[in-house]
Design a protein around this ligand. Structure first.
Ligand code: PGA
Length: 250
């Protein structure tokens, strides 16, 4: 049985004040979350604040990105050993906003995945198709390509210490959610793709759904056989909404 997992992706949002309030709100309702691991992925600069606020709590945290390099002349970057120093458990890699706005390639995403794991940080690898790719029946090709780049570089065994998030780009921040059946279809495809290399690993890896998950649609998504939780953007900025989504994993 795979552990349920709900992770918040705050993106470029928050202030010291709003983050403290949000975390207090989430912490105060955590006793109702019986079944899921809960994580928040904060903007880098707030990670020390998050670490301090979540000390001795049941909530873990991570970053939204990580450099593929360990150190050196890479102005503006943050490396995996830096994140490790602040006890980040997770780092999102390959989010569609990184791929599209910052032109991150499949190879770069794979390098980030490896860099995180080299320092004991679990990557949350995002994959997903754009609307025109779905409409031209390319969803499986795109997801397979994104996945295969990481398998080729990191090896199938590396997925023992990683999480996958299927996030159809057309559903992110748009209010359009994939139907539970549409999402399940792709989740099953991802698991089968991994199973071709190693069925045991495929069976244990958590695959999250992301893209306009809200309190009112989380339960039906999480009820699908291959959906193990969610990666939550907008709805993770509201404590009670985020908690309802976490409870939907109960
Ligand atoms: P959303 O974002 O929940 O706001 O659609 C999800 C994500 O980008 O991870």
């Amino acid at each position: 049985m795979r552990q349920r997992f709900v992770a918040g992706n705050w993106k470029l949002n928050g202030t010291r004040q709003s983050i403290s309030t949000l975390l207090q709100g989430i912490l105060s309702g955590m006793q109702d979350v019986k079944n899921a691991e809960v994580a928040v992925c904060a903007p880098y600069i707030y990670i020390p604040l998050v670490a301090e606020s979540l000390k001795n709590s049941a909530i873990v945290y991570g970053a939204q990105n990580v450099s593929e390099y360990e150190s050196g002349a890479y102005t503006g970057e943050i490396s995996a050993p830096m994140l490790k120093e602040f006890d980040c458990k997770y780092a999102i890699v390959g989010h569609s906003e990184r791929r599209s706005i910052y032109n991150e390639t499949d190879q770069q995403v794979a390098a980030k995945f490896v860099a995180a794991q080299n320092f004991g940080i679990r990557p949350i690898l995002c994959v997903g198709e754009r609307l025109e790719e779905r409409e031209s029946n390319d969803t499986e090709n795109v997801v397979a390509r994104q996945l295969d780049a990481v398998i080729a570089k990191a090896g199938i065994e590396s997925f023992r210490e990683a999480v996958i998030a299927y996030e159809p780009v057309w559903a992110i921040g748009t209010g359009k959610t994939a139907s539970p059946e549409q999402a399940q279809e792709v989740h099953a495809f991802i698991r089968q793709r991994l199973a071709r290399k190693n069925p045991e690993v495929a069976n244990l890896v958590q695959i999250l759904y992301g893209g306009s998950v809200k309190p009112d649609n989380a339960r039906s998504l999480f009820a699908q056989a291959d959906i193990d939780g969610g990666l939550i953007g907008g709805a993770s900025l509201d404590a009670s909404g985020f908690l309802s989504i976490c409870c939907a994993a109960n």
